[in-house]
Design a protein around this ligand. Structure first.
Ligand code: C2O
Ligand code: CU
Length: 479
């Protein structure tokens, strides 16, 4: 279609921007379809230890008054929010009611190898997997989703994903907004064929990532949340396969209190913030002193002229102040303590070229396939070996690239040390623990991490799920 052609033509890189003028641009691919923002936001149910997750086919009213085919953990789309406390062990039984293999990766959790959801550990159709998850890390907003190699993007797109929230006493002492004032927001773009969810990337969309023109929050298109005139905590997950959001709340400041691996040291207040696939944000927003009836949109602003999705701006959901809040809240000036990982502690630095395509001839569009250091994922090949308990610097080099790569490492949380090129700085939401980092075209990002004591083989990959399924993933072994 014309829309797809625009997306394909628009892969111009950031670092070439000096060479381009407005006239070079191919017109705005302004095809995000906005909705009526009058359907109440759905909040997934909360479960704790001992849950059974049935991966199954179902239906759900994603678009207003239309029934769509979905995959979900239970009927409908998505799964429940799992809540755990640090030092608890959570048991989850996955039952595979699909007609293909599936499994669950607990994104951001640090777990033994056989519990991590490596793509080799899958359940057959009709089969099941028992997960025993020792939660030994700090409070944070984590999530879960399937990881069968080659089908991860489609299974997530069709609806398999959920939040996994860990609480601890350090966080509880802050008395952050909770209950009805703590809202999970899973943001995903979807493509439909009529009312049917349609996952059908063409070769060009395997390059750019598959972008949907309808934005869902918690499985509802164009929803509204009625709020009190008080403080809210928004736990935001970008559960899209490839879309990056530049989030803003119509003029209200966003107070970032946490990111992938839990609370920051102190709040970072911004007007807008990029959130890549797989990343999470813990935000506080202040609706107090807002008059009843006032409406705010959570929007995604343009973030780059030189990238097809970067030129799109759209509304995501609406907040409508409909009552006064009782009680008050003051933004804490400090939130938590985070040890500084220093590059002098690192025993090794590894550099990963994430810009180049591999195998030009046979690949997609004749341009080759997504790779890391020229290698395409192989299930049984160990690509890197690291020592448990040691600290390393990993550098993701996208200086020569023209695509966005959110890089994710399993089994560990890292700190962002340095970003060269492009945005040229460690961003506000990157000042705590992270497990996924956005590496924009023209950027080189260094992260530092200490590997845990769990020996075994884990993957690291691009969390653009089309890139991941294309093979932009490697195995590393902790010995
Ligand atoms: Cu959420 Cu291997 O990824
Ligand atoms: Cu990528």
């Amino acid at each position: 279609s014309g829309l797809k052609a625009i997306t394909a033509l628009a892969g111009t890189s950031w670092f070439l921007k000096a060479c381009h003028t407005e006239e070079d641009m191919i017109g705005e691919p302004n095809w995000i379809v906005e909705g009526s923002f009058d359907r109440p936001l759905f909040i997934p149910s909360t479960v704790s230890n001992g849950v059974t997750l049935n991966a199954q086919f179902g239906t759900s009213e994603l678009l207003k008054r239309k029934s769509s085919n979905t995959l979900g953990y239970g009927n409908g789309i998505l799964g429940p929010t799992i809540r755990a406390n640090t030092s608890e062990t959570i048991n989850v039984l996955l039952q595979n009611g699909l007609s293909e293999e599936t499994n669950i990766h607990w994104h951001g959790l640090i777990l033994p190898e056989n519990m991590d959801g490596h793509p080799k550990d899958v359940a057959s159709p009709g089969g099941s997997l028992q997960y025993t998850l020792p939660i030994q890390q700090r409070a944070g907003t984590y999530w879960y989703h399937p990881h069968p190699h080659g089908s991860t993007a489609r299974q997530v797109f069709m609806g398999l994903a959920g939040m996994f929230i860990v609480n601890d006493s350090e966080e509880a002492a802050l008395n952050l907004p909770s209950g009805e004032f703590e809202i999970p927001l899973i943001i995903q773009d979807k493509h439909f064929d009529g009312a049917s969810l349609d996952y059908s990337p063409n070769e060009d969309e395997i390059m750019t990532g598959f972008l949907g023109e309808q934005i869902l929050v918690n499985g509802i298109h164009a929803p509204v949340l009625d709020v009190a005139s008080g403080w809210y905590r928004l736990r935001v997950l970008n559960g899209s396969t490839a879309r990056v959001y530049n989030l803003a709340l119509n003029g209200l400041p966003l107070h970032i209190i946490g990111a992938d691996g839990g609370l920051l040291r102190a709040p970072e207040t911004v007007s807008n913030i990029l959130l890549g696939p797989g990343e999470r944000l813990d935000l506080l927003v202040d609706f107090s002193s807002q008059p009843i009836g006032k409406e705010f949109y959570l929007v995604s602003n343009k973030f780059s002229q030189y990238n097809a999705q970067g030129r799109q701006a759209f509304n995501i959901m609406k907040f409508r102040v409909d009552r006064t809040a009782s009680g008050s809240f003051t933004l804490p000036s400090s939130l938590s303590t985070i040890p500084v990982l220093d590059h002098l502690q690192a025993v090794a630095t590894r550099t990963f070229d994430i810009a180049a395509m591999t195998g030009g001839e046979g690949g997609h569009s004749g341009m080759g396939r997504h790779s890391i250091n020229g290698k395409i994922f192989e299930m049984d090949r160990v690509d890197e070996t690291v020592q448990a308990g040691t600290t390393e610097v990993w550098e993701f080099d996208n200086m020569m690239g023209d695509e966005i790569h959110p890089m994710h490492v399993h089994g560990v949380q890292f700190q962002v040390l340095h970003r060269m090129g492009g945005r040229n700085q460690v961003m506000p939401a990157e000042k705590g623990w992270k497990d996924t980092v956005l590496v924009m075209p023209g950027e080189k990002v260094k992260v530092i991490m200490t590997f845990p004591q769990y020996r075994g083989v884990f993957v690291f990959h691009c969390h653009n799920l089309e890139h991941e399924d294309d093979g932009m993933m490697l195995n590393y072994q902790i010995v």
